[in-house]
Design a protein around this ligand. Sequence first.
Ligand code: ZN
Ligand code: ZN
Length: 153
Amino acid sequence: MSKLTIPQEGGCRCGQVRLKISAPPIITMACHCTGCQKMSSSAFSLSAAIPAEGFEVIAGEPVIGGLHGATRHYFCPHCLTWMFTRPEGMDWFVNLRSTMLDDTSGVAPFVETFTSEKLPWVATSAVHSYETFPPMEAFGGLMQEFAERTASA
Ligand SMILES: [Zn+2]
Ligand SMILES: [Zn+2]
């Protein structure tokens, strides 16, 4: 599993919103749920969970999109790219859509979620697959295994 370059910048399709990560992801994921299929206009979404203190918007003002619910999905106000999500009740990390990064070489998903809703022809290189979300108690072990793999990569 190749490593992400840290620190690193990224941005939306048009470049009005730019962001910077200064901490490595605690986990990388692909989500096959039908909501992610719609919002990403594609087969699945990719995310890198970045510790909140290591995530910064450095240009532009992202706006809320998607469901406008308790989980906040942030989009570029101009090109409307879905850029990152702040999940409800989990302020300690930001789910960055991995393809926003300028260098996407280290964003392969470690875990894939909602394979129950996966398009039948899709396959990813994820090491762990879950029909829905991993149970909360699984995250400690998953994050530890991800850290070990990225450290040895
Ligand atoms: Zn944009
Ligand atoms: Zn999803």
